[in-house]
Design a protein around this ligand. Structure first.
Ligand code: TYD
Ligand code: MG
Length: 451
């Protein structure tokens, strides 16, 4: 094995033979660190090395182990595929260790052997958390260790069904001289765990920390090396957490699960719409319930708008939380042009309640209604939800999954749904008792209808 010195961007993994102040790959400053790169030979020698005739390849059966948390299974595409490597990334403190200790607990009581390795906490600390989570019987082994080679030696000895490593940044391989957490170490760790998992058909979970700035330092550079990449997100001040797949070799990436962090760990929320609407103020102007799609499921959320005279006459504020800033600015301009308002002297704040982020254009109509509701100081009529994409001429365009959106609204008591006229035609054949569909063609018509 030869080795040479290279500089690696700790943000995106770009390499350079010499130090650079700014990474040409991701544009970040001061991210290059010198690392020793081992030039390895036949790394993937466990893969078949001869070509096989297409017809002779056996169908790939994917035996899966079910996690007890059904929502987690869904995100994985129906359970953990045996021998697969799942990377779970998230900010420190978001609840990654908690989630995986719960997973470990559930497998252990089912008599599956689990090895939970922590390079960050002592056994006593993990037990303290385990007590809160009600870990009791079963074959759950803990190991507090940071040397990867020692960890894998123990794993070979115990030979668990499920292997959990907390975290990829905390452990190091003695094959490399660079320090733990550097890109080359993190890659080496993932690579060795990957080979261990495939060789022994052990389902493995890797925890990876994501830095505060939102950049996936480390974990980003592992995405191509693992089978599944999950992201665990949430706001520190909110109790809910969202788990979603960024990559899945064995399933769709559209599913997501929502959890609530409580005193006994994470609880899957089976009715997220009710959860996100439960604190919605009744009869307040500027608040609109929107039927969006998160992952593959419909979700009702509340969009809020606040318009108030500005103190910064030359540069009024446009603040958005949870919505795309440029899209929101565009919608404000459409409102000015098509509805005859003028926002030159107004600060405008837009917010998705509960700390969620909504990326899809189907929320456009909700934004427009929220802003106008606030301007008119008229609350939305009770029991009305809305969705629809708004174009630059103020037209309302149809969106996907209209049926799911309408049903979700109806199931939470929103009997009237304002939606694109184009979607109404699709829904005519559907049996939607007690639901009134109000199709609209442009924002003017929507405003006249609602207010
Ligand atoms: P943790 O799993 O340690 O986060 P991570 O591994 O992602 O860094 O969880 C951290 C937070 O969760 C911590 O602030 C305490 C809180 N928590 C609860 O609120 N309830 C619980 O039952 C547990 C175990 C943790
Ligand atoms: Mg942790």
């Amino acid at each position: 094995m030869k080795s040479k010195s290279v500089f690696i961007c700790q943000n995106c993994g770009s390499q350079s033979p010499k130090w650079l102040g700014r990474c040409p790959g991701c544009g970040e400053w001061n991210t290059f660190v010198e690392e020793i790169e081992e030039v390895a030979g036949a790394e993937y020698s466990f893969l078949p090395s001869e070509p096989v005739l297409y017809q002779n390849i056996k169908e790939f059966k994917k035996p899966r182990a079910k996690v007890k948390i059904e929502e987690f299974n869904k995100v994985l595409g129906g359970g953990v595929v045996l021998g697969s490597v799942v990377l779970i990334g998230g900010e420190p403190g978001i609840g990654k260790s908690t989630l995986l200790l719960q997973v470990a607990r559930d497998f252990a009581v089912e008599d599956e052997k689990v090895l939970y390795v922590s390079g960050e906490e002592s056994l006593e600390q993990i037990k303290l958390r385990g007590d809160r989570l009600g870990v009791r019987d079963g074959q759950l082994y803990l190991l507090a260790e940071t040397s990867l080679e020692r960890i894998l030696a123990q794993a070979e000895k115990i030979m668990p069904h499920v292997f959990i490593l907390d975290s990829v940044q905390a452990v190091f391989s003695s094959k490399l001289s660079s320090s733990p957490g550097t890109i080359s170490q993190v890659r080496e760790v993932a690579n060795q765990v990957f080979r261990f998992a495939k060789r022994n058909q052990v389902s493995s979970f890797l925890i990876g920390h994501i830095t505060k700035e939102g950049s996936l330092a480390g974990p980003k550079s592992l995405e191509h090396m693992v089978d599944v990449v999950l992201l665990f997100e949430g706001e520190k001040d909110h109790s809910h957490r969202v788990l979603r797949a960024l990559k899945n070799r064995f399933g769709p990436v559209s599913e997501l699960a929502i959890f609530e962090m409580g005193s006994a760990g994470l609880q899957a929320i089976s009715n997220p719409s009710a959860f996100f609407l439960k604190e919605r103020p009744a009869n307040e102007a500027g608040s609109v319930v929107v039927s969006t799609i998160k992952g593959s499921r419909p979700l009702l959320i509340e969009i809020q708008a606040l318009v108030s005279s500005t103190l910064f006459a030359s540069n009024p504020r446009r603040m958005t939380v949870g919505l795309d800033h440029f899209r929101s600015s565009m919608l404000l301009t459409v409102i000015e042009k098509k509805l005859g308002y003028s926002f030159g002297g107004e600060d405008i704040y837009l917010n998705v309640a509960g700390g969620l982020t909504i990326e899809e254009p189907a929320a456009d109509l909700g934004v427009v209604l929220a802003v106008v509701s606030c301007l008119k100081n008229r609350p939305m009529p009770p029991g009305v939800a809305a969705f629809g994409e708004v174009g630059l001429s103020g037209e309302i365009r149809s969106v996907g999954q209209a049926l799911g959106r309408v049903k979700e609204a109806a199931s939470l008591g929103f009997a009237t749904v304002v939606l694109p006229q184009g979607n109404v035609a699709q829904l005519e054949k559907e049996d939607l008792p007690g639901t009134r569909l109000r199709g609209v063609k442009n924002i003017k018509q929507a405003i006249d209808l609602v207010f």
